[in-house]
Design a protein around this ligand. Structure first.
Ligand code: C2E
Ligand code: CA
Ligand code: CA
Length: 743
């Protein structure tokens, strides 16, 4: 249909139809013309016959009159003849011919005198024909003759009487022109070429115009006595043209026009269809492109919503989803739990074992947690070592507790990362919609607060958000703000807690413990601000201050009766990261002119191990400086003790948790004794922390513990108070009892 040849084909079909119809119509009209021509010819022949017969009849009547009155004188006859000539103008001359065929009378005489006395039986054939006419009384017609008067003509001979009574003939001579004129007078003379044939040869022709088409002609015999005539009519082109109807042409043109219009319409339709098709393809292409873009957008959305490392939803997506979940929960009157999950000690592992390790661990944790996700539970990675878990459609708090159990289960089996097995625990903070927050952001903040609380309480646990937490959180934030000014405002103070030497019964060393003299809140214990300071990084400066203050105190005691005291300061993990730590300690010692062995540094077992593995350099420099090294909170951290052999440690401080019930719990007693023995075997001194009762002290002395520290001896007190106590000698009394204690 859309082929370019199609309109051309349609046009050709129309052309063929038009031509066919034209041919057919022309053919029909040609037949019609032929018939018209025939009619024309026949009527002309009839006319000729009739004309001829009437003339012959007139001549015959004249002959009859003369036969009836043979004595008619010449002038009378001529008068009669003149009348005939007047009536029948075609006659050129009327004659009386005697029985021997000589012309005797004629009318008009002028121009015809030459034929008087002429014998019309001039040849045998004529003579015979005339003789026959005399005998029968029927008229005779000569052939077309060359008239003696000039021109062509015909003569009708009517016998006057027949047989023996014959008295010659009356003859009428008329010219062919006249006859033809008479014949054709009723018709348009130029329309036809009229030819008269006598015995097959043309004897007369009228209108000798050129005929381009000689196929049209018609010949009829003319029925006249004694004559063998034929009349042929050939129409002029004008006549033919007139006969032709304009219909074939108009039909042809009309059909052709229709063809042109139809093919043009088809062409137009084709163009429109093609346009439509092009539009359709463009539309399809557009649709395809739109679909492609949509998939790309969906991919982008998916990419944007997914964390690349863990493959879990990312924080942004999770929060959007949570907001949506909350609106649903609102309608369905259900609760939603948001759980923030923090990996315990992740930062330490990440720092010590490398980012690669951290990443692999995160991936494994993500995998396990993701197993919990279903239509109600969604899991996301929030960044760092934090994950977010959302539980929808909560009807009962037990459902949350159940999920918490499942989360804990995820950490039951150790993780194998980089061919090493690690036991990992997690701490969780939970906020529940609607009671713990009405929008996603509030829920998140409160879950964070709960998480923070849980961490405070020691790890591997969980904490639901409660109203009070908010206040504490506000306080925490305030404190953090105020902490930044505490140093410049000189609000920190050091309290000193003496350590009783159980061998000598003397106080030989004290532990410096920081306090914050808060302008409004009063004296704050380190537990209330040290974690904040560690988080914000302010611990480094605070640590510097502690070392400086301790050295200043040592300098102050120098040369007094307290000049023998060693001061122990606590260092946190963050402080050890500071490259300038050792330099700073040295500077402080030098500034106050204090020998290094008068200063002791306490590091928790955890921090110590981390540093021995990854920052041996810092510890070696510290040791090389000559300061004493004590391991704080010993026994709660790592089980491996190999490091004690590898590194020159001076002192172990048994954690307070073992001492508190050492006299009641067999296990604690065993552990304490084992630690003391171990330390002694390694050539280390042992300090027991948190000694609150005489019984505890007795036990420790019995086990050969070197030193004791605790409320029993003294609480941490300001330097002046310590000095007073030392002067008073109240601190040493406990060691006087002879230690005896059996496990
Ligand atoms: P720590 O190093 O284990 O310090 C001993 C803590 O036990 C002190 O708490 C002390 O008051 C408390 N204590 C001593 N004897 C007893 C006792 O018989 N019974 C009980 N229940 N507690 C006793 P404090 O002063 O609140 O210090 C807490 C922690 O804060 C310290 O634990 C130490 O880790 C940290 N800290 C203290 N001062 C500093 C400091 O200057 N720098 C750093 N980085 N941390 C410090
Ligand atoms: Ca300590
Ligand atoms: Ca301790």
């Amino acid at each position: 249909m859309l082929h370019p040849a199609f309109p051309v084909a349609i046009f050709l079909i129309f052309l063929m139809m038009a031509s066919g119809l034209r041919y057919g119509l022309i053919h029909q009209y040609t037949g019609q013309i032929q018939a018209n021509l025939e009619n024309e010819t026949r009527s002309m022949a009839n006319n000729l016959e009739w004309e001829f017969k009437s003339h012959a009849g007139a001549i015959q009547r004249m002959a009859k009159r003369l036969a009836a009155d043979p004595t008619t004188p010449e002038h009378e006859w001529r008068q009669d003849a003149r009348n005939y000539l007047m009536d029948f103008r075609i006659y050129t001359v009327i004659e009386w011919i005697d029985r021997d065929f000589f012309i005797r009378w004629l009318e008009p005489v002028s121009l015809n005198e030459t034929v008087l006395g002429f014998n019309v039986g001039f040849n045998e054939q004529r003579r015979q024909a005339l003789a026959e006419a005399q005998l029968s009384g029927n008229y005779d017609i000569s052939d077309v003759l060359e008239l003696r008067q000039g021109g062509k003509g015909i003569v009708i001979y009517a016998p006057v009487g027949k047989g023996a009574e014959n008295n010659g003939f009356i003859a009428g001579v008329f010219r062919m022109e006249m006859l033809a004129q008479e014949l054709l007078s009723t018709r348009e003379p130029e329309m036809f070429r009229v030819s008269l044939f006598s015995k097959g040869s043309e004897v007369y022709r009228q209108n000798s115009f050129d005929r381009s088409d000689d196929s049209l002609s018609y010949t009829v015999p003319v029925d006249l006595p004694t004559l063998d005539w034929q009349l042929m009519l050939e129409p002029s082109p004008d006549w033919v043209a007139k006969q032709f109807s304009p219909w074939p042409r108009w039909t042809f043109i009309a059909l052709l026009l229709m063809g042109v219009l139809t093919s043009l319409a088809v062409l137009l339709a084709q163009i429109i269809l093609k346009r439509n098709q092009a539009l359709l393809t463009t539309r399809q292409e557009l649709d395809e492109e739109i679909a492609q873009r949509k998939t790309i957008q969906q991919d982008l959305v998916r990419l944007e919503s997914t964390d690349v490392l863990t493959g879990l939803a990312n924080r942004r997506f999770f929060m959007e989803d949570l907001a949506h979940t909350l609106t649903l929960a609102d309608r369905q009157m259900r609760q939603v739990a948001l759980i923030m999950l923090d990996l315990d000690r992740f930062q330490m592992l990440n720092d010590s074992l490398g980012h690669q390790f951290g990443d692999e661990l995160l991936v494994q944790v993500a995998k396990r947690l993701n197993l919990l996700s279903d239509e109600r539970v969604s899991v996301a990675y929030s960044g760092g070592d934090e994950f977010m878990i959302c539980l929808q459609f909560v009807e009962d708090i037990d459902e949350i507790i159940h999920l918490l159990g499942l989360i804990k289960q995820c950490f039951a089996a150790p993780f194998e990362v980089q061919d090493e097995v690690h036991s990992i625990t997690s701490t969780l903070g939970i906020a529940v919609y609607p009671q713990s927050g009405l929008d996603a952001d509030t829920l998140l903040r409160n879950a964070d607060i709960a998480l923070y609380r849980a961490k405070d309480q020691g790890r591997n646990t969980y904490q639901f958000y409660t109203e009070g937490m908010q206040e504490r959180e506000v306080m925490r934030l305030e404190l953090e703000k105020e902490l930044s000014q505490a140093l410049s405002n000189n609000e920190f103070v050091l309290h000193y807690q003496p350590q009783l030497n159980l061998d000598t019964g003397e106080i030989t060393s004290v532990e410096a413990l920081i306090r914050w003299q808060h302008p409004r809140r009063g004296l704050l214990a380190p537990g209330e601000f040290i974690p904040l300071a560690e988080e914000s990084g302010r611990i480094t400066d605070i640590g510097h201050w502690v070392v400086m203050a301790a050295c200043r105190q040592l300098a102050a005691w120098n040369g007094t009766r307290f000049g023998h005291l060693r001061v122990a300061v606590n260092l946190s993990g963050r402080e050890l990261d500071d490259e300038n730590l050792v330099d700073h300690i040295r500077d402080a010692l030098n500034a106050e002119g204090i020998p290094a062995e008068r200063l002791e540094v306490e590091l928790t077992e955890e921090i110590f191990i981390q540093n021995i593995e990854h920052n041996r350099d810092q510890l070696s420099r510290l040791h090389d400086l000559g300061v004493h090294l004590a391991i704080d909170d010993f026994g709660v951290g790592y089980s491996s003790l190999a490091y004690l052999r590898d590194f020159p440690v001076d002192l172990l401080k048994i954690d307070r948790s073992f001492i508190t019930e050492v006299t009641e719990r067999h296990d604690d007693a065993v552990i304490t004794r084992a630690v003391i023995n171990l330390a002694h075997n390694l050539g280390l001194k042992v300090v027991a922390e948190g000694v609150e009762t005489q019984a505890q002290l007795d036990f420790l002395m019995g086990q050969g513990c070197n030193m004791a520290q605790g409320y029993l001896i003294s609480r941490p007190v300001p330097a002046t108070e310590l000095e007073r106590a030392l002067v008073g000698g109240t601190l040493e009394k406990f060691a006087l009892a002879e230690p005896r204690y059996e496990i």
